[in-house]
Design a protein around this ligand. Structure first.
Ligand code: MG
Length: 389
């Protein structure tokens, strides 16, 4: 039984190691929404909302999530008793359409509180609630394999250099962001630099247009470069065109933005729109739906991997726990803290060994990392606390 006594929302600005260019200008810090949840018995946990500043990955943003949690989600969950975390998912799904990243932040925090209550590491709790993990009887893995996503660089040579650096750091899969202006030449340069055996993938974030013959030619050329997957070439809601493309390419298509629920997964499977799923718990409304998608994919031998949303070390803890489930058979975007942050908000920054493995913290209950509350306080630009009435 779980009953939330309070939710504190905080917006922080976390300095990035390297500033990056966006349509809105150069960004040197990440706006992040953190949550501190407390249950009526005094257990406290931190959680993270993965929404970004602008609605260019999904419709959710830091500001829409602040509104959704304040006005709609907190009133549904505070002071009410829930049998298990899945019941929180259900209560939110019944009352609030969309706003999945906002719901996920609260729902995943509840999973962490339940793990604390039961004195279990979060990864163990997730494994106990996954039908596939129970069937295998293996529980959660002790390490997770890590890959890296590389942003678009100025030239193919620059990208190849960045890929070589990433490969020598130990990353097990290198994924390149591409768009129709920067694709084949860039990927060829990386393939040449890394050699034929390197695991290489591309992610187009929906930037290709189905009826453009030039775009199709580029995708057909990419199909000859031995990629492990081509991720989300077309728009998030275009299952039919993805299916058409998958029939003409031998490289597996991976869907990311398209998969928001088990229903959209069914659509992908029924139409043949892809053969791999990039599973991000924030995008699907939290762990209840993420575990259901993981289990359903496992049944049909569809591999899943855990994508990243430029999380702080708090969000990373939730992703690492999820990625320890047994059908996460491809490396996830679980880079160490030092890749992104000058200083992370957790007491034990995430690290990766030289063979690309991140350790799952199985020696502590809950999310397995402490939060540097003083540092969070210094970074906070606004906060609001909601209590049970
Ligand atoms: Mg993606």
């Amino acid at each position: 039984m779980i009953r939330l006594a309070s939710i504190k929302l905080l917006e922080i600005r976390l300095p990035l190691v390297a500033a990056f260019q966006t349509s809105a200008g150069v960004v040197g810090e990440r706006r992040i929404l953190l949550l501190e949840l407390a249950d009526v018995d005094g257990a406290v946990t931190w959680a993270e909302c993965v929404a970004q500043s602008l609605p260019n990955y999904s419709a959710d943003t830091v500001d829409t999530c602040w509104l959704a949690i304040s006005d709609w989600i907190a009133p549904v969950v505070l002071g009410r008793s829930f049998e298990k975390p899945q019941a929180v998912h259900k209560a939110l799904a019944e009352r609030i359409r969309g706003h999945r990243m906002a719901k996920a932040a609260v729902e995943m925090g509840v999973w962490s509180l339940v793990a604390l209550q039961r004195e279990l590491p979060l990864a163990r709790l997730l494994a106990a609630e996954s039908a596939h993990a129970r069937q295998l009887g293996t529980g959660s893995g002790e390490t997770v394999e890590t890959g890296v996503a590389l942003g678009i660089e100025a030239s193919p040579g620059d990208l190849a250099a960045a890929a070589l650096t990433a490969a020598s750091a130990g990353y097990r899969r290198i994924r390149l962001k591409i768009d129709p202006d920067r694709d084949v030449q860039f990927v060829e340069a990386v393939r040449d630099a890394l050699g034929p055996a390197a695991v290489l993938a591309v992610d187009a974030n929906g930037s290709y247009v189905p009826k453009d013959p030039q775009h199709l030619r580029a995708l057909e050329k990419l199909d000859t470069l031995g990629l492990s997957m081509i991720e989300q070439p077309y728009a998030h809601d275009d299952f039919a065109r993805h299916a058409e493309l998958q029939r003409t390419l031998s490289t597996p298509l991976c869907l990311d933005e398209s998969i928001t629920s088990t229903a959209t997964l069914d659509e992908m499977l029924a139409l043949g729109s892809g053969r791999v799923v990039n599973l991000k718990p924030g995008r699907v409304g939290g762990f209840t739906e993420a575990i259901a998608i993981h289990d359903q994919c496992a049944e049909l031998a569809v591999p899943v991997w855990c994508g990243g949303m430029l999380e702080s070390g708090i969000g990373r803890a939730y992703n690492v726990a999820l990625a320890s489930l047994p059908n996460f058979t491809l490396p996830g975007d679980l880079s160490p803290s030092a890749r992104y942050w000058e200083r992370d908000v957790v007491m034990e920054p995430w690290t990766m060994d030289s063979s690309g493995l991140v350790r799952v913290p199985l020696d502590r209950s809950g999310i397995g990392v402490g939060v540097d509350e003083g540092f969070v306080n210094d970074l906070t630009v606004r906060e609001k606390k909601f209590g049970a009435r």
